[in-house]
Structures are given as C-alpha cells and as structure tokens.
Design a protein around this ligand. Structure first.
Ligand code: B4P
Length: 192
C-alpha cells in the first residue's frame, strides 16, 4: 500500500493536486474537508455541528474526523493506497492515523507539504469563494483565521513526520503542473 499525506495551509493546493494524483497512482482520495461537506449536504447531526465550526474557520473536533477516517479505511480495504488531504491537522490526529494504519498492516510512506505565504492563500481562497459557494472562502477575516489556526494547531504536525524522516516540503507557488511533477518525483522515490 502507498499512503501519502498531502499537507499545507488552506488554499495551498492540496485538493487541486490530489485530484491529479489519484488518477496517476490509482489511490483513494480521503479529504476530511470533502467528507465533512458530504455530511453537511446530507443534513446529518454531525454535519450540522461541523458546519458551524467550518463556517467560522475553526477545526472540527479530533474524534469526529478520526472516526470518519477510520470508517473510510475500513470501507476501502482493497485500495492500492490513500492520499490523505487535509488530514491529519493536529498531532493527535497524526497519532491516530498511525494507529489506524497499523491495524490495517500499513503505514504512511511520506508527507508532502506545500508551502505558500498568507497573502497568496487569501487571494486564492477569495477567488475560489466567488464560485465555490463555500462560506469559509468568502470572508477575508475568516480566511485569515483559518491560516492562523493552521499556524497554531496544524503546522506542528510537520514536526511529527520530520521526526519519522517522512517530511518533504515543496514550494506551492507556481504552475499547478510544475508542482504536480515535483510531487510525483517525491512519490516515485517512496514507491521504489
Ligand atoms: P478543507 O476542505 O481541507 O479546505 P482547504 O484547506 O481550504 O482546501 P485546499 O487546501 O484543499 O484547497 P486547494 O489548495 O486545493 O477544509 C475545510 C474546513 O474543514 C477546515 O477549515 C476545517 O474547519 C474542516 N476540517 C477539514 N479537515 C479537518 C481535520 N482533519 N480536522 C479538523 N477540521 C477539519 O485550492 C485552493 C484554491 O487555490 C483553488 O481555487 C485552486 O484552484 C487554487 N490553486 C491551487 N493550486 C494553485 C496554484 N499552484 N496556483 C494558483 N492557484 C492555485
């Protein structure tokens, strides 16, 4: 199994690059943001609670996202591997992911972090907000709060994977195709 964690602040290009990678490597895409938005669309109790936090740019509780990932892993036992997009976002989530993957006799191959500065992130997300319908992309104050939450709660997850010699950083500014090529080079090194 090939399991890749795609990491970076909101708007860094995780979702964009994941869409390209799943076709290339035949991996299952697990985006906690997408899983949460599906719960919201279905109007579940979990979705209603998550919506309030997401609209404010805050993280959803660890146990909720860990439960969703555990369920998705069990449902996809025949997969060739996974791209984790937007997960883990806290060290507690990273520890749980290790435990879950161990139960499935597999592990994270590497984390690839896309590095993008705050002003570019704000610009990209406001642009996406014009058409995405996502409330969290439409208000600059809330976007900046998401970046702040990333800096205070999520950025330290990079250290967790660095401690396991699995961390790689890439410049996330540039042509989408050029960034994609660099990600593929890194993944191919871990496949070999
Ligand atoms: P996510 O759905 O993960 O949203 P995101 O981080 O904003 O999106 P992403 O980073 O994938 O967007 P992309 O760069 O591809 O999370 C939303 C919310 O859900 C969180 O705020 C939180 O509340 C909750 N949540 C999710 N996971 C959670 C977890 N594990 N724990 C707790 N809470 C959780 O795209 C951005 C834009 O940039 C696009 O328009 C794209 O076209 C553009 N773009 C991409 N690459 C570009 C490039 N190279 N150049 C120019 N533009 C580019």
């Amino acid at each position: 199994m090939l399991n890749i964690v795609l990491f970076g602040p909101p708007g860094a290009g995780k979702g964009t690059q994941s869409q390209k990678l799943i076709a290339q490597y035949n991996l299952v895409h697990l985006s906690t943001g997408d899983l949460l938005r599906a719960q919201i669309a279905e109007g579940t109790e979990l979705g209603l609670k998550a919506k309030k936090l997401m609209d404010e740019g805050l993280l959803v509780p660890d146990e909720v996202v860990i439960g969703m990932i555990g369920h998705a892993l069990s449902k996809n036992q025949q997969a060739a591997g996974f791209i984790f997009d937007g997960f883990p976002r806290t060290v507690a989530q990273a520890e749980s992911l290790d435990q879950l993957l161990t139960q499935h006799n597999t592990k994270v191959a590497c984390m690839i972090a896309l590095e993008v500065g705050e002003e570019e992130l704000v610009k990209r997300l406001l642009e996406r907000g014009k058409t995405s319908g996502r409330v969290d992309d439409q208000d600059e104050t809330k976007i900046r709060r998401r970046v702040q939450v990333y800096n205070t709660e999520t950025a330290q997850v990079a250290g967790y994977y660095a401690g396991q010699q699995k961390f790689h950083a890439l410049n996330g500014i540039g042509e989408i195709e050029a960034i994609y090529t660099q990600i593929c080079t890194l993944i191919d090194q871990h496949k070999a």
